[in-house]
Design a protein around this ligand. Structure first.
Ligand SMILES: [Zn+2]
Length: 135
């Protein structure tokens, strides 16, 4: 279902938005909090620079607002409408969800933000495969 060439693949896996071949992050696990913002300078497969311009990823803050709301709504639906918890417990569940998933929200926002600007290029992906087989 989720294949290379689909934007969702790059967004959910955190891979290079152009060739979908390797992770943009130095440490893949978002819960390694010390390195949550550490990204590779360039993609080693297709050479795409991730930081298109200085402070490029500040724009991801706008995306993180929307992603945060999505997580909060999901927590509300699950705790209030499905489990039937009271309003206070629902509020606690929403705050807890936002705190626990903060690293995931940050990474998803960056992935979505960069995918607005850089699109998948099958040639970049194929070129990298040719390079791989040459080595
Ligand atoms: Zn790449």
């Amino acid at each position: 279902m989720l294949k290379k060439g689909n934007k969702l693949y790059s967004i959910l896996t955190g891979t290079c938005p152009k060739c979908h071949s390797e992770s943009m992050y130095k440490v893949k696990n978002p819960y390694a909090l010390g390195s949550i913002f550490k990204m590779q300078e360039r993609c080693s497969h297709c050479g795409t620079r991730y930081k298109i311009e200085p402070s490029f990823f500040y724009g991801a803050m706008y995306v993180s607002y929307a992603v945060g709301i999505a997580f909060a709504v999901a927590a509300f639906v699950i705790s209030y409408l499905i489990i039937g918890a009271g309003l206070l417990n629902t509020f606690i569940a929403i705050v807890g969800t936002l705190v626990v998933f903060l690293p995931v929200i940050i990474r998803l926002s960056r992935n979505i933000w960069i995918n607005f600007f850089i699109h998948y290029d099958p040639a970049a992906d194929a070129g990298s495969r040719k390079l791989d087989s040459a080595i």
